[in-house]
Design a protein. Structure first.
Length: 330
């Protein structure tokens, strides 16, 4: 039984395993709060970066839709005249160690990570700094882009770096609010109050997912398929399945691999029907396009979100940034 089935399952086995894990969740939550209190009490000082830092984070493991939110906020800030640099961890790639400024042009997902490669494809003109060393990433941003805002995709739990604006993405579909390992939370859910802006069902603003759009492997716009075979390697395959169904696609076959899988297995498309489109996410496509055996019936599903009410969100975000900047000029 996969751990996500334990977290959200209602079977006797899932409930029993979850009950056994609850004491460990309590220990984990206590340990995390002690770690955070070291910074809150001033026993350790977070590094104050020389450029404004906006962090888009979450409290849970797995995919919560931070990347489309990052794209939306990048576009909002750029439209207000801000220069934006996006910071990404590059999870699972060699670039994740340390931090470095990514070169221009398309990025190799095996070297830089699938999420940075996706961000580059979605925001080709926006500079990208990749690596889990967030303090170094902020230093690189100040050095190479001294008039920019660093927009961090993830990093709410990275306490050594001071963030000036924190935007927390809270999934609407989670019913289990326990910490690891009995639940998906990386820190207690009550820490939502520490964020400046909460996006979610109980938050200040809402995330509205647009209907999926589709393109062919040649980049041409495609019609929404009536039926499809689903292939993905993302944190929340169930959410992708639901998005396809909401967009009017009947999924007749599902193949979900672990998040960040390299998608280089030789048998990846084995057993799939040639007459029915194979649908993948844009995050999967940045890795799949390197293969020589991609079927011609493959379609890429593109996800975009709106933040509502957008004008109120924009006003709140800019006012928080301006308040930080005015304090820095005193």
């Amino acid at each position: 039984m996969h751990i996500t089935e334990v977290w959200e399952g209602r079977s006797f086995a899932a409930m029993a395993i979850k009950g056994l894990l609850l004491p460990f969740s309590g220990v984990y939550a206590l340990g995390w709060q002690m770690y955070r209190s070291v910074y809150q009490l001033g026993l350790k000082k977070a590094v104050e970066p020389q450029i404004p830092v906006v962090c888009i984070g979450n409290l849970t493991t797995g995919g919560t839709g931070k990347t489309p939110v990052t794209v939306a906020i990048t576009q909002i800030l750029a439209a207000s005249g801000r220069t934006i640099v996006v910071g990404a961890s590059g999870y699972g790639s060699p670039a994740a160690e340390g931090a470095s400024v990514a070169p221009d042009g398309p990025l190799d997902p095996l070297q830089w990570g699938d999420e940075p490669a996706l961000l580059r494809s979605l925001l080709p003109a926006v500079p990208l700094i990749v690596g889990r060393a967030r303090v170094k990433a902020a230093q690189l941003c100040a050095q190479h882009f001294p008039h920019a805002v660093l927009l961090m995709d993830d990093g709410f739990q990275h306490l050594p770096l001071q963030k000036h604006v924190t935007v927390l993405v809270e999934p609407s579909w989670l019913t289990n609010h326990f910490c690891l390992p009995a639940g998906p939370y990386r820190e207690p859910r009550g820490n939502r109050r520490l964020a400046n802006i909460l996006l979610g069902p109980e938050g200040h603003f809402q995330i509205v997912q647009q209907l999926l759009t589709f393109t062919t492997i040649n980049g041409q716009v495609a019609e929404v398929p009536k039926q499809a075979q689903m292939l993905c390697a993302i944190g929340s395959p169930q959410r992708f399945l639901e998005s396809l169904r909401t967009s009017g696609v009947e999924v007749i076959c599902q193949r979900a691999l672990p998040d960040h899988d390299r998608l280089d297995a030789g048998t990846l498309f084995e057993g799939m029907e040639a007459a029915v489109p194979i649908v993948v996410t844009a995050k999967d496509w940045v890795k799949l396009q390197r293969r020589s055996d991609v079927p011609t019936n493959l379609l890429i599903a593109h996800l975009a979100v709106d933040i509502t009410p957008v004008e109120a969100f924009k006003s709140r975000l800019l006012s928080l940034l301006e308040a930080h900047e005015s304090q820095g000029t005193r």
